[in-house]
Design a protein around this ligand. Structure first.
Ligand SMILES: [Zn+2]
Length: 400
């Protein structure tokens, strides 16, 4: 095993060895330190939906992830710069990561034309014609003042032809070299491993990312797009095994409780995912035994909290009966209270994971968690993903 060397912006405190790669550390940014493993809540439009930045601070988070593509279309980079940059605009003193927008262009924009040079597309916001290249994507993320930025990549949807995946992967590699050249060095730049669910392509991509100089972190992309869990973890294993243990590793788009526990054991340092906040807004709330649906009539007269082991603002102050009413009445407070609880649950889970690694008991923690936590059935998960994809299509049609 390669010797671990601490680098100035990522210090590894403790790593386990007995067949697990779990480790604790700290990512040092110009907006504070992020203890790892950590989860980044998603603030696509510069807000974690229904929460203020102080709500995020109160829960304990040191960082969230926003989206350069969305913010560059609306309100636009000039607006954000004139209002003092992203941190001031949002009123957030912690760290901000930004996604480059490759994924959103693929999923949201209309009339997308991809060449080796750049992506040309029609904005889903106002229909105007836009160009985004590795150079402009890096410039936008840096001018916003993000602390952790992603190289511009071309993710390919799950189930695509292998040849298309290979072309997308090679383009992602070429664009990484251009992203590194465009990068000023004020932020931490992460290169992204692609290659879909093909082991040979993942291997090639991981080897390539590991060979380049000038990146400060490694992101694993193009997963959690509908593939079976076993395939997801095989691809993560390839990606982490073949890349330097010294760099922080980010797993894009993965964030169910059981996946966070599993991913940490594979040496992932940070995660981001819309799942905990998206399901919260539907009344699906986390407990140590699994997700409960608070709209279920059995909670109508319950005076209990969502979880008696949770000390979040929602659980300290409100009963399941009240939450059941808010969700059934479509009251706006339901979104806020549900989101605070789910993000608190995930925050505490990451804290517990860090504690278990520090005390050398990660495997026990994982086994106990998996024994008590009832995961959402694979078929239900796939169906939810399918309905979400239809909803995304519908949003575009509504715009048109
Ligand atoms: Zn709670």
């Amino acid at each position: 095993m390669t010797e671990i060397t601490n680098i100035p912006y990522f210090k590894i405190d403790k790593s386990e060895h007995h067949n697990v790669s779990a480790r604790t550390g700290v990512i040092i940014t110009s907006h504070g330190e992020i203890p790892t493993p950590a989860f980044f809540p998603v603030a696509t439009q510069g807000t974690v939906k229904s929460l203020s930045s102080s709500d995020i601070t109160d829960i304990g988070y040191k960082a969230f992830i926003s989206n350069a593509y969305h913010l560059s279309l609306r309100p636009g980079i000039d607006s954000i710069k004139s209002l003092g940059g992203l941190h001031k605009f949002i009123n957030w003193e912690g760290a901000i990561a930004t996604d480059s927008g490759g994924f959103q262009i693929a999923s949201l924009a209309r009339n997308v034309q991809v060449s080796d040079e750049a992506v040309t597309f029609r904005s889903h916001v106002d229909g105007s014609l836009k160009h985004l290249s590795p150079e402009t994507s890096i410039r936008i993320q840096e001018e916003m003042g993000a602390d952790i930025i992603m190289a511009f990549d071309q993710p390919i949807t799950y189930g695509a032809e292998k040849l298309d995946l290979k072309i997308g992967m090679q383009r992602t590699h070429d664009w990484l070299i251009r992203s590194i050249t465009a990068h000023s060095g004020a932020s931490l730049l992460y290169g992204i491993i692609q290659g879909g669910t093909y082991k040979d392509l993942r291997t090639e991509s991981a080897n390539f990312i590991d060979s380049v100089r000038g990146i400060q972190g490694i992101a694993i992309g193009g997963l959690s797009l509908g593939e079976p869990k076993s395939v997801l973890w095989d691809m993560v294993d390839v990606s982490t095994d073949l890349t330097s243990p010294n760099l922080p590793k980010h797993l894009l788009g993965v964030g169910s409780p059981e996946d966070l526990v599993e991913g940490v054991g594979k040496g992932i340092d940070t995660f981001d995912c819309v799942l905990p906040t998206r399901v919260a807004r539907k009344g699906s709330l986390y407990t140590q035994f699994g997700r409960i649906n608070v709209t279920n009539s059995k909670y109508r007269v319950s005076n209990e909290a969502i979880s008696n082991t949770c000390a979040c603002y929602t659980c300290k102050n409100y009963s399941l009966g009240y939450l059941n009413h808010l969700f059934r009445a479509n009251e706006l407070l339901a979104y806020r209270l549900g989101t605070i609880h789910n993000l608190s649950f995930i925050y505490r889970l990451m804290e517990d994971l860090r504690g278990s690694i520090s005390s050398g008991t990660y495997i026990d923690f994982r086994n106990n968690f998996m024994d008590s936590y009832q995961s959402v059935d694979e078929s239900v998960r796939t169906e939810q993903k399918r309905l979400w994809a239809i909803n995304q299509d519908q949003k575009q049609q509504d715009f048109e």
